[in-house]
Ligand binder design. Sequence first.
Ligand SMILES: Cc1cc2nc3c(=O)[nH]c(=O)nc-3n(C[C@H](O)[C@H](O)[C@H](O)COP(=O)(O)O)c2cc1C
Length: 208
Amino acid sequence: MLLKRNFEFRLAAGNTAKSIFGGLHGIIRGILGQNPDFIKFASGGLEMKTLVVFFSLEGNTAYVADTIKEKTGADLLRLVPKKAYHDKGFAKFFWGGKSAVMAEKPELELYDVNLDNYERIVFGFPVWASNFTPPLRTFIEENREKIKDKQIAAFACQSGSGAEKAFVKLAKSIGIEKIEQTAIFIDPKARPGDAVNEKILNFCDSLM
Ligand SMILES: Cc1cc2nc3c(=O)[nH]c(=O)nc-3n(C[C@H](O)[C@H](O)[C@H](O)COP(=O)(O)O)c2cc1C
């Protein structure tokens, strides 16, 4: 009997130690930026419902959007134009550049989202000819009334420069003075690494 009690006590003590250790481990991983649940909890990310609306031709913007989702629990809406843009060679730059310069509003594949469910929208796009990409223009036009009540943030992917100008144009298109939280990434999927991941984490923090 005494032996059994002793065993039960040791078992309980062992489990308590395990859960304390598990908790500490989660916190340490959180501080190191490796535990999404801790980041969500610590940053309050679960409290403000956030939708990331993005377009990506070659996957860089999608890479950032996916990481934001993973780190904060935000929902994603990827915009897909009905007529796909060329994604190779001269045609890619010619037709994409023309579409951005002409501020086109390409028709989008049907998307299913209820914007009433969100308090914040994060726009993500590749910079095209120092502008934001046309599918976002279509989305803004189609949802103007609902977007104007939201908090707005944005991130851009580029290979050189132009993102700052693109943010100004995006703000103007939405009808706000300025986008407060922004981040710029240089071809993050093509050049992955700790620096990119840290920058994405910093952007996530700035949203909280
Ligand atoms: C049509 C077109 C125009 C572009 N214009 C610019 C530009 O003005 N400045 C820049 O730095 N990068 C420019 N880029 C490069 C992309 O912005 C960059 O590679 C981005 O990371 C691609 O994102 P994605 O993979 O999500 O499509 C352009 C790319 C294309 C296809």
